[in-house]
Every structure is written in C-alpha cells, then in structure tokens.
Design a protein around this ligand. Structure first.
Ligand code: MTE
Ligand code: MO
Length: 197
C-alpha cells in the first residue's frame, strides 16, 4: 500500500497533511460509476430551488473572471495531494448572478451522471471555493471531472463534485450520494469527519 505511490509525509510537509492521511505524488481518480462525456456546446449549468431558476452556458462561465488556484486535496480514503493547480471561476463571482432566498440554509451540488453532494450555505459561499476547468494548465481531463468541477478546498474531496451541472438551493439539509451512504454530513479533514455515526 505505501511504497511507490503512497509515502509517509516528509517532515516539512507534515503540517499540511491532516490526521490519518498519506501523501501521494500521483493524482488518483476516485469515481463512483462511469465517466460522463460532455461536449462544450451542449454543456449546461442550472440553478433551481429557492432561487429564480437559470441556465448558464459554457460561454457564460468563460466570461466570468478567471483565476488560478493552488490548493491541497484530501480524499477520505486517506490520500492527500498537495499544491494542485487549477484554473477557474470563484463561486462568489457566479453567485453575483444568482439571487438566493434568505431562507436558504443548504445547497445540493448536482452532476452529469447523477452524483450529488451537500453543503451548508456558509460553507458553499466561502470565498476560496471555485469551479475548475483546467488542471495544471491543461483542460480538466474527463476522469478528473472535466469539463467543469467544483472544488471546496477545506472539506474532503467528495464534496468537490466532478462534472457539475447544477446547484439546488434548499431550505433544509438534504443528503447527497455519499452522505446517504455513511459519509459524514460535513467532512472536514482536520477534524477527521469521515463517517457518520
Ligand atoms: N460526480 C462525481 N464527483 C466526485 C466523485 C464521483 O464519484 N462523482 N467522487 C468524489 C471523490 S470521493 C473524490 S476523492 C474526488 C476525486 O477527484 P479526482 O478523481 O479528480 O481525484 O472527486 C469527488 N467528486
Ligand atoms: Mo474520495
């Protein structure tokens, strides 16, 4: 298990590795089910629930400010990858175009392929969250969620939905795919919020 791909953290990096995690230099692919293939002309992103429903096209996302992000990535299956470089759009920039009702307490991320994962309103709206369409300067590969994924850096990576195509704004908490199947409702790696009790 350890050995070629998984290594004990080197001491200077140790402080960035949450408890119970091991560093990997590769970038493992973790997907439940098949990899959806979506071409950019047909790509659509919808918002609904406690908001005015809207549909965005690829060009709408590309016309928003583009930024580079360097973030550590922690999978609940215990691998961590440091300094992943992404390009994309801040969640807060998209949300300038989306008015949500004051009653919204939670958000469900929806994806091509049917995967879902939930966030609280506060954790969704954090300034550091972003939609990513490039990985290390190249178009985001399909296996890593291309053409577009969400990245929520402060939570375990199952909250970072690949092939994202929508957000549902909720008045109460609902559980996404892994959360219904035993994963923690929040998933903060420094608190080791891995599984629900
Ligand atoms: N749509 C979708 N998003 C997903 C998943 C998935 O199965 N489907 N897996 C999650 C999990 S458990 C992890 S660890 C990360 C893995 O991202 P990667 O495959 O780019 O390493 O994606 C998350 N987002
Ligand atoms: Mo994961």
């Amino acid at each position: 298990m350890l050995g070629k791909y998984f290594q004990k953290p080197e001491s200077e990096l140790q402080s960035r590795v949450p408890p119970g995690q091991y560093l990997t230099k590769g970038f493992p692919v973790l997907t439940y089910g098949d990899i959806p293939r979506i071409n950019l002309e047909h790509w659509e992103f919808r918002v609904w629930g406690k908001t005015q429903p809207k549909t965005f096209k690829w060009s709408d996302f590309m016309s928003l400010p583009q930024h580079e992000f360097t973030k550590d990535f922690h999978c609940v299956t215990r691998w961590s990858k440091l300094d992943v470089k992404w390009t994309g759009i801040k969640v807060t920039d998209l949300m300038e175009l989306v008015d949500i009702d004051p009653s919204v307490t939670h958000v469900m991320e929806h994806c091509y392929g049917g995967y879902t994962t939930n966030l609280s309103r506060e954790e969704f709206l954090l300034a550091e969250n972003f939609f990513a369409h490039q990985l290390f300067g190249e178009p985001l590969p399909p296996e890593h969620g291309g053409p577009m994924r969400l990245v929520v850096p402060h939570l375990y990576a199952w909250k970072s939905a690949k092939w994202i195509n929508g957000l549902e704004f909720l008045e109460q908490e609902e559980l996404g795919f892994w959360e219904r199947n035993g994963y923690h409702v929040r998933g903060e790696p420094w608190a080791e919020e891995r599984y629900s009790c």
